[in-house]
Design a binder for this molecule. Structure first.
Ligand SMILES: [Zn+2]
Length: 87
């Protein structure tokens, strides 16, 4: 753990971690994303999943789900969506 970095936390037994913003899987949730924090297509042909990156739906922080430290890799508060959901 490095002091200048941020890390999500995972409660044992929970599939989704808890983000620094307080988001959890059953709240805002997480979406698969690319290395820039934009929503990723999880189709086999897209190549997503190596590593499996997920972004917080609330604050845009994203992490590698295979990294046991759940280090925040970056933050994209305004990610590109595969399907635009207009209000
Ligand atoms: Zn968050």
């Amino acid at each position: 753990m490095e002091p200048n970095k941020e890390y999500l936390t995972r409660v044992e037994g929970n599939e989704a971690p808890t983000c620094l913003c307080g988001n959890q899987g059953h709240r805002g949730g997480y979406m698969p994303c690319d290395a820039n924090g934009n929503e990723a297509d999880v189709g086999i042909e897209s190549g997503w999943g190596n590593p499996p990156l997920y972004a917080c739906e609330d604050c845009g922080r994203f992490y590698n789900d295979e990294d046991p430290t759940l280090e925040v890799l970056g933050r994209n508060p305004n990610p590109t969506r595969l399907i635009d959901v207009e209000d």
